[in-house]
Design a protein around this ligand. Structure first.
Ligand SMILES: [Fe+2]
Length: 186
């Protein structure tokens, strides 16, 4: 005889397993970092350095680090970051506050700079990330609490900054993780 009660229990268990499996899959898939466009101040010839800041520069010294990962959560080794920003007064320069850097074996990057001044919109640092196996990410690092944050996208990209000291000097520290979409997987 057909046991409808048992069948419904089996179906329920199956549905629950599917739900758990799909939840686990969803957790493993990270959303790609929102794109904001490069704006007019991009240059492709930024020097290879992790230091955009020089002693004597005005502004608050700032350390940024982060993890570049694929949507599968795995670190991306050897991604290239082009970073550019305004100085502490909000002015862009052709030969300053620009850098090209790469992620290490752990998929992490870091650089030192100063907190940029305001330039039309909220304070921001431009970042363009490339890797042969991933879609380019062109985005901006923004800062929580900035009264000029407006669009939803820019609010998503805003990171908190914490104050700390290194050898008695005060720095701001922020972490900005980047997620890249593999080419051909839309
Ligand atoms: Fe800008």
């Amino acid at each position: 005889m057909f046991d409808t009660k048992r069948l419904s229990i089996c179906l329920t268990a199956h549905a629950m397993l599917w739900l758990i499996a799909s939840t686990v899959t969803a957790q493993a898939q990270l959303a790609p970092t929102p794109q904001t466009g490069a704006g007019p101040m991009y240059r492709s010839d930024a020097p290879a350095t992790v230091n955009l800041w020089q002693p004597g520069d005005p502004g608050q010294p700032l350390h940024i680090d982060g993890w570049v990962r694929g949507t599968d959560g795995k670190p991306i080794v050897g991604a290239t970051l082009n970073v550019w920003q305004a100085d502490a007064t909000g002015s862009y320069h052709e030969d300053r506050y620009r850098a090209t850097l790469r992620t290490g074996k752990d998929g992490k990057y870091r650089f030192s700079t100063v907190l940029p001044g305001q330039y039309y919109s909220a304070k921001h640092i431009h970042v363009a990330v490339t890797h042969e196996a991933y879609e380019e990410v062109v985005t901006r690092i923004l800062f929580k609490g900035d009264p000029h944050l407006d669009e939803v996208t820019t609010r998503e990209l805003a990171i908190p900054l914490e104050e700390g000291t290194i050898k008695g000097k005060t720095f701001l520290f922020g972490r900005f993780d980047i997620v890249m979409q593999p080419i051909g997987q839309k």
